[in-house]
Ligand binder design. Structure first.
Ligand code: G3P
Ligand code: CA
Length: 233
């Protein structure tokens, strides 16, 4: 079962920052999940569309330029990373799951992705774009058919994983509180990976193992990795 560092190793470091990303890389996680927002002139790594919760800034991310955003403290003196920072820090070491939040003008994102690929900064295998906005996923997949997309859901639809198959998704990223065996089996039959978020407790990890999910998102990747090793020994 893959272990994704959720917002980096965000249980021990400020979420979606360089220290959280480096800590996840240091322990050789299978993947790192981060959140993407549109700023005025760049894509930036931050969960909320507002600066208030995770930084000392105020207002909406989309009202600022990258250089203005860099002045804010994102926790312990960290700066809000740009998408380019993330790609550089990762240096194609692990799988990046970039979750689209309030992102717009996706054509620019598509161009950025193409450039990162052609410059060898990341490989196709090491990138998943996920979102709750399935319209955006559909659009991106039309532009970049090779791209792995992850359909986010916090529900168990009547037709289970059919929506994700129709999107030609690689994976479904599902809330740990809305998952069951029928859903996991249906997704697997449709050739989809199932990744569950967000779980740190041993009981939840055991349950996901029993359900046969393919990966989990955790805020404490080091602890989760060692718990998993003990369980599967
Ligand atoms: O991508 C899985 C998970 O991160 C979705 O929820 O709110 O933590 O971004 P959230
Ligand atoms: Ca997320």
């Amino acid at each position: 079962m893959k272990v994704f560092a959720h917002r980096g190793a965000s249980g021990n470091y400020p979420e979606n920052t360089q220290s959280a990303i480096n800590a996840a890389l240091d322990i050789e996680v299978d993947g790192i999940e981060v959140d993407l927002q549109s700023a005025k002139d760049a894509y930036v790594i931050i969960h909320d569309s507002w600066l208030d919760r995770t930084t000392n800034g105020r207002g909406k991310v989309s009202n600022y330029t990258m250089s203005q955003l860099k002045k804010f403290d994102a926790g312990s003196g960290e700066r809000i990373p740009s998408l380019e920072n993330l790609i550089d820090w990762n240096n194609n070491q692990t799988l990046l799951n970039i979750e689209l939040k309030h992102t717009f003008e996706l054509i620019n994102l598509i161009e950025d992705i193409k450039n990162y690929l052609s410059n060898g900064k990341i490989s196709q295998e090491n990138l998943i774009i996920s979102s709750y906005d399935h319209h955006q996923l559909k659009f991106i997949k039309q532009q970049l058919p090779w791209l792995k997309i992850g359909a986010l859901t916090s529900s168990i639809p009547i037709e289970y994983a059919k929506f994700a198959q129709e999107l030609n998704a690689f994976s479904i990223h599902i809330d740990k509180d809305f998952i069951n065996q029928a859903f996991v089996s249906d997704a697997h039959q449709r050739g989809l990976k199932v990744y569950a978020y967000t779980l740190d407790k041993i009981e939840d990890i055991e349950l996901m193992l029993a359900l046969g999910v393919d990966g989990i998102f955790t805020n404490f990747p080091a602890t989760t990795k060692s718990m998993l090793q003990n369980m599967t020994r």
